[in-house]
Design a protein around this ligand. Structure first.
Ligand SMILES: *Cc1c(COP(=O)(O)O)cnc(C)c1O
Length: 453
């Protein structure tokens, strides 16, 4: 490694002792290498899966996902747990959540229709959104969606009308903007004052919305909601947010005698994308949230509400990896090696959008070559088209190799796009010794079928 490389790599990146190792913090639970060194997930070889389903491919470990659903269900046994579908949702995922006893959080008509198509029970669903349409709200009411998290006075007025039209009485939580800047990327921080979500606590809108919902004919007010953002490692911002919501709640209980039996603290719990990341385990998060709720309510002299959470990334993030085929390899002497793969920002836009960091390993074979500072890039015509910004990869990596990137279960397929008219990859799930296609690969006919010119 040259001196120049030292300045090119981030401080946290160190040369790996073993390029073939699969970090237990990053890979799906069933990921292994078989005796010949091929990566296997759920006992199936990625070389065989790539031959059958093509690359790029999102490879989903069903057992891993079921285990994480169960871990959250157990750690948060006294909470309502809604899996946040926006992290990744398809019918199979909705069904597994239902079987695991989790609820489901949806925030668009498309997510709602997917849940309905999967037969997900309305009484375990919550609907979000800062600009819900009449169609979304009506669909939710007709499907018996248990909680609607209201986000504006316009929505409250619309909901009142729709409740009268449909004869369904919605149960709502009021989303409070608690004015906490969570320590995460600006695009995924959602509870400081100057952003679009929720009723501002500072301006008094939150208290006004609670009073409005309480008084509104045809609407049932169950409590309050906050969501601080995503990929949050510490619990400090949760402590402040919970205390502020509990204060609003206690004030209202005192002035109106209402009960407000529920408080949702949203999602946002971080996962490790690299070994140096140290997220909290679900049990630790549950303990902290319980304590924050109980302590605040004790100080305020009111009974503690039932708590709810909405984890997305922390449930699904590690359950999938993406398998790519290497194309060109360009070693720029004194700088780094650019390894091009057959996907990119169309299947994982997080590096470009949120400075998301990832890692990669050779998936089809072992290597004994030297590590070389590398960057995995995609096929797209954009310099921001990066899959793994900084990692050490084998110096013998070459065209035709398979490369796998872990931790792509959350916000990769769900944020995927057709940039450069690129068809989106399939989601292939392995479980019980077999592979099944949960979401098929898009075809050029799919794309051209939209073009009516
Ligand atoms: C995005 C979102 C979540 C899930 O966030 P994660 O970081 O994936 O846990 C939960 N609730 C709301 C309201 C959200 O917008």
């Amino acid at each position: 490694m040259t001196d120049m490389n030292d300045t090119l790599k981030p401080d946290w990146l160190t040369e790996p002792a073993d390029l073939n190792a699969l970090s237990p913090y990053l890979w799906p639970a069933t990921a292994r290498r078989d005796p010949s060194g091929v990566l296997t997930v759920g006992g199936l070889r990625v070389t065989d899966l790539a031959a059958e389903f093509g690359t790029p491919m999102y490879l989903f470990d069903e057992d891993d996902f079921r285990a994480r659903c169960a871990e959250f269900r157990t750690a948060f046994h006294d909470f309502d747990v809604y899996y946040a579908g926006k992290a990744f949702l398809c019918k199979a995922v909705a069904r597994i959540c239902a079987e695991a006893g989790l609820g489901l959080d949806v925030c668009t008509l498309g997510e709602l229709k997917t849940a309905i198509a999967a037969g997900f029970p309305g009484e375990r669903m919550v609907l979000h959104g800062n600009n819900k349409s009449a169609e979304e709200l009506t669909t939710a009411l007709r499907h018996g969606v248990a909680r609607i998290v209201v986000d504006s006075f316009d929505e409250l007025a619309l909901l009142k009308e729709l409740a009268a039209d449909t004869g369904v009485r919605p149960t709502v939580l009021v989303r409070v903007n608690v004015g906490v800047r969570a320590d995460t990327h600006a695009n995924i921080a959602t509870a400081h004052d100057d952003q679009k979500f929720g009723f501002s606590l500072r301006t008094g809108d939150a208290a006004a919305a609670v009073a409005y919902a309480h008084d509104a004919d045809g609407i049932e007010l169950a409590g309050l909601h906050m969501h601080l953002g995503s990929q949050i490692f510490g619990m400090d911002s949760f402590e402040v947010g919970v205390a502020r919501m509990m204060k609003v709640r206690a004030d209202f209980i005192r002035s109106c005698g209402a009960e407000l039996p529920e408080v949702s603290v949203g999602g946002g719990f971080a996962i490790a994308y690299r070994d140096h990341h140290q997220p909290l385990a679900p049990a630790g998060i549950a303990d902290a949230l319980r304590r924050f709720g109980e302590e605040s309510c004790r100080e305020l002299g009111v009974s503690a509400p039932r708590l709810a959470i909405e984890p997305g990334r922390a449930v699904v993030g590690r359950s999938a990896c993406t398998v790519y085929r290497v194309g060109t390899v360009k070693n720029v002497e004194g700088l780094r090696t650019f390894v091009s793969v057959d996907g990119g920002m169309s299947d994982n836009i997080r590096p470009a959008l949120y400075d998301g960091i990832y890692s990669a390993v050779l998936a089809g074979r072992l290597t004994t070559a030297e590590p070389r500072l590398s960057r995995v890039v995609g096929v797209h015509c954009d310099a921001g088209d990066v899959v793994v910004r900084d990692d050490y990869l084998a110096s013998d990596i070459h065209s035709g190799d398979l490369l796998a990137v872990p931790c792509t279960g959350a916000y990769c397929r769900s944020l995927s796009n057709n940039f450069n008219h690129t068809p989106r990859p399939p989601v292939v799930a392995v479980g019980g010794g077999t592979a099944s296609v949960w979401v098929r690969r898009e075809t050029y006919d799919d794309l051209l079928g939209l073009d009516l010119g």
